[in-house]
Design a protein around this ligand. Sequence first.
Ligand SMILES: Nc1ncnc2c1ncn2[C@@H]1O[C@H](COP(=O)(O)OP(=O)(O)OP(=O)(O)O)[C@@H](O)[C@H]1O
Ligand SMILES: [Mg+2]
Length: 395
Amino acid sequence: MINMINPYTPGSGRKPGYLAGRFPIIQEAKRCILSTMNLFPERSIAYYGLRGVGKTVLLNEIEDAADELNALYEHIEIKENNTFLKDISLACQHFLSSMSFKENFKDKFDRMRNVLTRINISWNMEDNSVSAQMSDKPIIYGLSNDFTDLFVSLGRVAKSTGNTICFFIDEVQYIKNEQLEALLMALHRVNQLALPIIVFCAGLPKILKTFGDVKTYSERLFMYVPIDSLGEEDAIKAIVEPAKKFGAIYTTEAINEILKNTGCYPYFIQELCSNIWRMGTSDTIDVQDVINAIPEATKNLDDSFFKVRFERCTELEKNFMYAMVKCGELPCTMANVSSIMKRSVSQISPIRATLINKGVIYSTGYGEIDFTVPKFDEFLIRQNPEIQEYLNKII
Ligand SMILES: Nc1ncnc2c1ncn2[C@@H]1O[C@H](COP(=O)(O)OP(=O)(O)OP(=O)(O)O)[C@@H](O)[C@H]1O
Ligand SMILES: [Mg+2]
């Protein structure tokens, strides 16, 4: 086996050697872009799913499609400390400069510049540059009006110059409610005017509820598409296809062991196969190779994928998460967590809220909660073996 090149790609947003199972979703996104290009704008799309299922990879893939179709696009990743206003202003400026070679639309450009100047005040009229600083001047016309004005101006310029605008917004769960409301109102207006702007965003499952809470008509503006672990057939392709390119194959037992260990989650498949590949000695990968690689793959996941989330939590939050696992079943109820923590539901509600804000847990509905990170319960048991002893006693 050629172990010099590893065809597996564990890591955030890394383009996989073989993109499994997302073909229909990408086709549908392409159709929406094409339709929007032809001035029959489609609803924007919100992809939602757990950590590591491949949302960023999917957005990147659709960006490639937008590029091939000659649509204009910008990628925004909202950070936890929220830089959305600055990011969206910069994206609009990039769109503006891509379209600005057509001088005869000066009025529309000027109008857009005015809005951008209001939102992102440090616009330099002299050299057309936007400073990276956020303005601390008050927003004069209200964020929703400014956003609507901005999007409508942008849409009109795009339409006049024969362009189509695609926004790609990742980690959209970190957007603030008033910003989301402004974005939804702007899209609403743009949709009414049939202007060629479409938004693709991706985030944790909680966005379903947030979008609905912020604006009741959000389901008319967005199509919500769940992104889940891969089906078994697709998971097998994600495992075998990258190896095939190097003449390596997996035995059926090896494949079954990988499916069992990874639960068909793309990130876990990449991590495990990457380790199998690194340790491999022959062109035929058998079940023993898989078993040999599991401890290292698990350690890598613990040290990166899981720990980045865990280490940002306070002791109290960790205790809350341990209690969730001690419920013995996920999703679990707040009532159960509260009785395990020996505190009232109202006492532990603020902990739940901060964990949701940090994107570690989410509400699955009916008062139940679960982790946004697949297999996080197993990781927590590895961190704190006392949980397993507790579970052994109650079962
Ligand atoms: N369709 C796929 N087929 C094979 N591997 C994939 C697929 N999608 C994603 N991956 C792999 O899974 C891993 C996680 O992908 P990605 O970062 O896009 O997930 P995510 O949903 O954005 O996670 P997060 O919520 O943490 O940002 C990467 O290592 C990537 O290479
Ligand atoms: Mg991502």
